[in-house]
Design a protein around this ligand. Structure first.
Ligand SMILES: [Zn+2]
Length: 331
């Protein structure tokens, strides 16, 4: 089948992407008035980009008009160009176009999530939550399913987004969350990463440059499984948190076993096999709550599937077995 897609705004580009994913045997001709925009969206080498006046030179089965608000005008002008009106379709007619999802961070309605993540065998063998190749990325702000769930927890189970005066430290920041917090807290929000150039400051989580009790909130997602000196890291986080301050924490967790770490696991291959990633140094397990409590926190485990938010899991594209730990510095 050969189709012409008219209009390469966000909807048109999304539509092309979805069509290619679903229908392998398809040829697409994309029509755009603004050639520059088309060049930007040249994601697919096999798409041919043409101008509206060139349509008459091509054979096709359908023309799908993607700017819904201008459907009538575009349809009329196509008929004037000599296009058979029976071949013209609006995007509305396609099931694919039904907006099923919404990103709870950027607020945009989404047709389909982007593919994200790597597919190592261990993710299936050990049922590790929050990992593996899946449809989970927001095509607008880039947030992952995990980031959206973290944000959901922040929004509904902490006061972080409701307080006006707050000092926040965010390790290995998720971009979409960073933007939100930066716009709220400005300089009071500090992003940190061990790699230069990735965040506001370079920081080693096992030896932090910040003052005692400097922060009300510290956010640390999918970092600790990379940190060999876990105890030192938690003690530094605790030191920099105000009493009663909250650590928002996530990591890959395997709920069917205890936390596993072993000094003999050193090579990249072994680490992938045992922990799920070549640069991980442990795989957290079902003992994670008690494990973090031992470092001086009261831990509240928010497990997505047990939160009675089925509609939101579907709508916001969370992972059912995802979890966030809210860890309160206890004295
Ligand atoms: Zn988004």
């Amino acid at each position: 089948m050969k189709i012409v897609i008219y209009g390469l705004g966000y909807k048109g580009r999304e539509f092309i992407r979805i069509v290619y994913e679903i229908l392998k045997e398809i040829e697409i001709v994309a029509v755009t008035d603004t050639y520059v925009q088309a060049m930007d969206s040249l994601i697919y080498d096999n798409t041919l980009y043409i101008k509206p006046t060139q349509i008459k030179d091509y054979e096709y089965d359908y023309i799908i008009v993607t700017p819904e608000n201008y459907y009538c005008e575009i349809r009329n002008s196509l008929v004037e160009y000599g296009v058979d009106y029976r071949k013209i379709r609006s995007l509305n007619e396609f099931e694919l176009n039904r907006k099923k999802f919404q990103c709870n961070i950027c607020g945009n309605e989404i047709f389909a999530w982007n593919y994200i993540g790597e597919d190592y065998k261990i993710f299936h063998n050990k049922d590790i939550a929050g990992a593996g190749r899946r449809r989970g990325g927001c095509p607008v702000c880039g947030s992952s399913d995990r980031a959206r769930f973290v944000y959901y927890v922040i929004e509904n189970f902490t006061k972080l987004l409701k307080e006006s005066n707050c000092n926040v430290l965010h390790f290995a920041p998720e971009n979409a969350i960073l933007k939100k917090l930066r716009s709220m807290y400005g300089e009071q929000y500090i992003s940190a990463d061990i790699m230069p150039g990735r965040a506001d400051v370079v920081a080693d989580i096992t030896s932090l440059q910040f003052n005692d009790e400097q922060f009300e909130y510290i956010i640390c997602n999918h970092v600790m499984e990379h940190v060999y000196e876990e105890k030192k890291a938690f003690s530094e986080i605790r030191r920099c948190l105000r009493k009663g301050g909250i650590l928002i924490f996530t990591a890959p967790i395997c709920w069917t076993q205890e936390t596993y770490e072993d000094d003999i696991v050193t090579t990249a291959d072994e680490r992938i096999r045992c922990y799920g990633q070549e640069d991980h140094v442990r795989l957290y397990g079902k003992d994670i709550v008690g494990r973090i409590e031992k470092f001086g926190f009261d831990v509240d485990l928010l497990y997505c599937n047990k939160m009675k938010i089925k509609d939101k899991i579907q709508k916001f594209g969370f992972l059912q077995d995802d979890s966030v730990l809210l860890c309160k510095r206890n004295n």
